[in-house]
Ligand binder design. Structure first.
Ligand SMILES: Cc1cc2nc3c(=O)[nH]c(=O)nc-3n(C[C@H](O)[C@H](O)[C@H](O)COP(=O)(O)OP(=O)(O)OC[C@H]3O[C@@H](n4cnc5c(N)ncnc54)[C@H](O)[C@@H]3O)c2cc1C
Length: 466
């Protein structure tokens, strides 16, 4: 592995390779995740072009050395960890917008482009890329986890926004999955093969993304409910109403309490009801937004018998403050974590009709653990996260948390749901994927992997085992 790193340094330049311990640690461990591996890569390498990536792959392939792509490291299932060591390929210097086609509403970017920066750069053309995971995330990582976020309710997930990919395969071969038109039925859909593959099939070096028009107007409303079941049931009604909300999110009473006590200054400007709360985002024309707010407010009133006060933003400042509460929630929660504890955050999705039941069940099971546990999520997609703070040195507590998470996965599968709505599989959910898909489907995935990566050197140990 070290010989491979030295050869890469000779090929790309000494400053393209780092052996620094802090750098290796940063690229091998996530504080956001409990799915970490104690192993580290021997070196982190920094390509600047597709041909650099191809050179890295040729060297690693010749020496049978694992390659682990790295975007911003914000994924949470150990997706970029290095259980088999190897070379970590960091795309942070491949961060250019290659071509912007406003008339075609698409953009060609390198994988290291951060989505927030991209949206700032193209905003003046009235366009944006809708997926909104961690604000630090890069397009390469977002493609590879098939991420989503709060906007997925309206805009779908990452797979719906990728037009084509340039990919460097394990042996250094460079392929392009298709061309740039909005539609094609020419040949196998290889773009989709690489979206969500977590870097196990190749390294993405260029991405053409579809863009959406920035809506003329937006607004935000919050609605607290007496119980989490009421909130989830109302969410189901809202989804079924057919009104095209931009986002529909849930935060439980624990999250709301944290906002009151530890939220940013903007968020603490208001006193939040410490009750399970739905956050609704509206977008469209100004008239359309107004009409949607009225209709949604009527539905909430009818479903709850007027027991849930519906509060919508009356100014742009208030809109920003209300939405900030939702966007900051994970960061606020992480910032108050007592030293020595870890955050186990898990992610499931179920058919919308089963949502109230599974959220209610999860809350009850978590409360039996006697630790901090909280539900937050993208309920518009039937997708929610449970975050639990536990002490990893307490073996019994850790065992019970793990058991609770596994029961939650089993419950989601019983409801025809999935064990990963948006965080992918990484090393954390390999067992659960087997339960979800069965040996035949995993068998086909293995055959595909073998066909493109016969030496099993692309991000090995992720999604499923050898
Ligand atoms: C606070 C917070 C909030 C979050 N909110 C959301 C959310 O709302 N929705 C959501 O979906 N996710 C969310 N996430 C998870 C995370 O942001 C996403 O998984 C994101 O897509 C990861 O992007 P990244 O650039 O950090 O990728 P990384 O974490 O660096 O990598 C992710 C995976 O992609 C692979 N990879 C990276 N670059 C490439 C490449 N060029 N070619 C091939 N493979 C590559 C890696 O090997 C790894 O398997 C959140 C995370 C945090 C910490």
């Amino acid at each position: 592995m070290l010989h491979a790193a030295e050869e890469i340094a000779r090929s790309l330049g000494q400053d393209a390779v780092s052996y620094d311990d802090d750098v290796l640690e940063h690229h091998g461990h996530s504080d956001w995740s409990t799915s970490n591996s104690p192993e580290r890569a021997v070196a982190v390498v920094y390509p600047r072009s597709t041909s650099d990536v191809s050179a890295i792959a040729r060297i690693c392939s010749r020496r049978d050395v694992p390659m682990v792509p790295f975007g911003a490291g914000s994924s949470v299932e150990g997706n970029f960890s290095q259980p088999h060591s190897g070379i970590c390929v960091d795309f942070s210097y491949m961060d250019s917008v290659v071509a912007f086609h406003p008339d075609d509403m698409d953009v060609v970017v390198q994988p290291g482009v951060n989505w927030v920066d991209l949206n700032t750069q193209i905003a003046s053309a009235g366009l944006f890329a809708p997926m909104d995971p961690s604000p630090t995330a890069t397009v390469g990582g977002m493609v590879s986890t098939n991420c989503s976020g709060t906007n997925a309710f309206r805009y779908g997930t990452m797979k719906d926004w990728v037009l084509n990919l340039t990919v460097v395969l394990a042996d250094g071969t460079v392929i392009k999955t298709r061309r740039r038109p909005r539609k094609t039925s020419a040949g196998y859909n290889l773009t989709s093969l690489f979206v969500g593959a977590e870097g196990t099939l190749g390294m993405v070096t260029e991405i053409t993304l579809k863009l959406a028009p920035i809506p003329q107007d937006t607004s935000v409303a919050v609605v607290p409910f007496p119980t989490i079941r009421d909130a989830a049931a109302a969410a189901t009604e809202l989804i079924r109403s057919g009104i095209q909300l931009a986002a529909l999110e849930i935060m439980d009473e624990q999250q709301m309490k944290i906002l009151n006590e530890h939220g940013s200054e903007a968020v603490r400007r208001r006193k939040w009801a410490e009750l399970p709360t739905l956050f609704l985002k509206f977008s469209g024309t100004t008239e359309g937004v107004k009409s949607d707010i009225t209709r949604i407010s009527d539905i909430v009133h009818a479903t709850t018998g007027g027991r849930a006060p519906f509060h919508f933003a009356r100014s742009k400042q208030e809109e920003a403050d209300l939405w900030a509460a939702r966007k900051e929630s994970l960061f606020t929660m992480a910032s108050i974590r007592p030293p020595g504890t870890e955050l186990w955050s898990t992610d499931v999705a179920v058919p919308v009709s089963r949502l109230a039941e599974i959220i209610d069940w999860s809350k009850r099971e978590c409360s039996k653990l006697g630790i901090f546990a909280s539900v937050i999520g993208h309920v518009g997609d039937g997708n929610f996260h449970v975050a639990m703070m536990y002490d990893p040195k307490d073996a019994e507590q850790t065992r019970r948390v793990a058991q609770c998470v596994h029961q939650m996965m089993a419950m989601a599968l019983e409801m025809e749901g999935t064990v990963s709505g948006e965080h992918a599989i990484g090393i954390g959910k390999k067992d659960c994927l087997r339960d979800e898909l069965g040996p035949e489907t995993i068998g086909l995935m293995r055959q595909l992997k073998r066909a493109v990566d016969p030496k099993w050197i692309m991000n090995p140990g992720k999604v499923f085992d050898w």
